[in-house]
Design a protein around this ligand. Structure first.
Ligand code: PGA
Length: 250
């Protein structure tokens, strides 16, 4: 059985105190999560959120990025060892905002993926197309190319540890969600691409999350698609009620 995952991507939101309040509020509302829940907080919250989560079954800590080198003169960056030392289990890689605003290339993301995996953490590898690409009908080819460039250098024993998040850029923060059928089409295409290289068993074991305007009202239908194994949630992860409902949508 594939792991069901709901990951909240706080992005650059919440002061330290407000982040802790949010975390406690969500925990109050979700006694026993039916999915693996990941809080991908800004770096400054990680230590404290880990203290809150560490005795709660089913809740894990995620970072939104990491550097590809172990350590050194990289002002403003955060290493995988630092993340590990505060209890991080998951690292979002290749979010479209990092690709677009920080120029993260496929080659860099392949390096970061290696760093995360070789330290025993789980990458949540993001992919997704712009509206132009979707309108041109080349969305599947585009996403396939991102996955091949970022992940297909991995051996099977590494690939099976990866979580993939399909996030169409036109649906991120826009309130315009991919329809369940559009999400299913892409998730099935990703799984079949992986099956072609690594075999059906491995492809069927990988969790593929959908992201892009997931909310309390649409999560259930999206998550009920056969190849959608959960969500990477931005805006709605900042509201305790909404996020709790999303977690309970399986
Ligand atoms: P959104 O963001 O839920 O606010 O659309 C999702 C994401 O970017 O991970």
């Amino acid at each position: 059985m594939r792991k069901k995952i709901v990951a909240g991507n706080w992005k650059m939101n919440k002061s330290y105190n407000d982040g802790l309040v949010l975390c406690y509020d969500i925990l109050d509302k979700v006694a026993e999560p039916k999915a693996t829940v990941v809080f991908c907080t800004p770096f400054i919250h990680l230590y404290a959120v880990n203290e809150v989560l560490k005795n709660r079954e089913g809740f894990f800590l995620g970072a939104q990025n990491c550097h590809q080198e172990d350590k050194g003169a990289y002002t403003g960056e955060t290493s995988i060892e630092m993340l590990q030392s505060v209890g991080v289990d998951y690292v979002i890689l290749g979010h479209s905002e990092r690709r677009e605003y920080f120029g993260e290339s496929d080659a860099l993301l392949a390096q970061k993926t290696n760093k995360v995996l070789s330290n025993g953490l789980t990458p949540i590898f993001c992919c997704g197309e712009s509206l132009d690409i979707r309108d041109a009908g080349s969305h599947v080819a585009h996403v396939n190319a991102q996955i091949e460039a970022g992940l297909f250098h991995l051996g099977a024993e590494e690939m099976e540890k990866v979580v993939i998040a399909y996030e169409p850029i036109w649906a991120i923060g826009t309130g315009r969600t991919a329809s369940p059928a559009q999400a299913q089409e892409m998730h099935a295409a990703i799984r079949s691409l992986i099956a072609g290289k690594y075999g059906a068993d491995l492809a069927n074991s990988i969790s593929i999350l959908y992201g892009g305007s997931v909310n309390a009202a649409n999560a259930k239908e999206l998550f009920s698609q056969p190849d959608v194994d959960g969500g990477l949630v931005g805006g709605a992860s900042l509201k305790a009620d909404e996020f709790a409902t999303i977690i309970n949508s399986f």
